[in-house]
Design a protein around this ligand. Structure first.
Ligand SMILES: Cc1cc2nc3c(=O)[nH]c(=O)nc-3n(C[C@H](O)[C@H](O)[C@H](O)COP(=O)(O)O)c2cc1C
Length: 213
C-alpha cells in the first residue's frame, strides 16, 4: 500500500503552535506506549505517555496521534513512518513531541503494525525509550533541521514534502543504505561503504508506493 492519497492531500502547515522551549526528560527504564487504530487515532496510552504529554487520558483517547506533533519534526519522517507501517513493516525513528503546554520531549520510537489472525493490519503500536543524546545532537537534530528547512523553502507543503523526500532519499543513496540500515547505524562506526544490493527503501513518486529492501 502506498502513502495514502488522502493524507497527502490534507497536508497542512500547522506549524504555528506554541513551543515553550523547555525540554522534558524521562527515566532510562521508562517506556512510553501508545496504540492507535488504522487512522492513527489513539486507542491506548500508558501512564508514562499520559504523564509526559501533559494531557489527561480522556483528552488523548480517540484523538489523532498528531495531537503531539511538534513542528520541529520534518513531515517526511511521518511520511516514512506511515509508508513503512502500512506496508506491514516496523520502524525505528527519533521523534520530538510537543506536550500540552508547549514543552517538548525526544524519544527513540519503535512502531509496529498489529495484525489479526489472517494477517490483516488492525492497528498500530509504538514503544518509546530515552534516545541516545549524542546521536540526537550530532546526527538527528542537524538532519531534521535540514529536512525541515527544505520543507519550508517551498510555497506549498506538498512541494516541500516532495523536496524533503528527495533530500532524504539522496542522503540514503549516498550512504548506500536503506532507512532501516541508516537508523540502526547512525552515530556508530560504519565499516567501509557497502555495495548495496538492497533495493532502496523509500517512497516511489511514480507508483506512489513504498519501495522495500
Ligand atoms: C503507532 C503510531 C505512533 C505515532 N507516534 C507519533 C508521535 O509520537 N508523535 C507524532 O507527532 N506523531 C506520531 N505518529 C504519526 C501521526 O499519526 C501523524 O502522522 C503525525 O503526527 C503528523 O501529523 P499530520 O499527518 O497531521 O501532519 C504516530 C503514528 C502511529 C501510527
Amino acid at each position: 500500500m502506498g502513502w495514502p492519497r488522502a493524507r497527502s492531500q490534507v497536508l497542512k502547515r500547522n506549524d504555528k503552535v506554541h513551543l515553550s522551549g523547555v525540554e522534558r526528560t524521562f527515566p532510562e527504564n521508562d517506556i512510553i506506549v501508545s496504540k492507535t487504530d488504522l487512522k492513527g487515532n489513539l486507542t491506548y496510552a500508558n501512564k508514562i505517555f499520559i504523564d509526559i504529554s501533559g494531557y489527561t487520558e480522556k483528552e488523548l483517547i480517540g484523538q489523532p496521534h498528531s495531537i503531539l506533533r511538534n513542528p520541529q519534526m520534518p513531515r517526511v519522517m511521518f511520511k516514512v513512518l506511515w509508508c513503512m507501517l502500512q506496508s506491514g513493516s516496523e520502524i525505528f525513528a527519533y521523534v520530538v513531541n510537543r506536550c500540552k503546554n508547549g514543552d517538548h520531549y525526544w524519544v527513540y520510537a519503535h512502531a509496529t503494525p498489529s495484525f489479526d489472525m489472517k494477517g490483516n493490519i488492525i492497528g498500530y503500536h509504538s514503544n518509546r525509550r530515552v534516545p541516545d543524546r549524542r546521536i540526537l545532537e550530532e546526527h538527528i537534530i542537524p538532519l531534521y533541521a535540514k529536512l525541515r528547512e527544505e520543507e519550508h523553502r517551498h510555497a506549498s507543503a506538498k512541494d516541500g514534502l516532495t523536496a524533503s523526500t528527495k533530500m532524504l532519499e539522496s542522503m540514503l543513496d549516498d550512504l548506500g543504505m536503506d532507512y532501516d540500515e541508516f537508523i540502526a547505524t547512525v552515530g556508530k562506526e560504519r565499516h567501509g561503504s557497502r555495495p548495496s544490493g538492497r533495493r532502496r527503501q523509500g517512497y516511489d513518486k511514480e507508483t506512489e508506493r513504498c519501495v522495500w529492501a
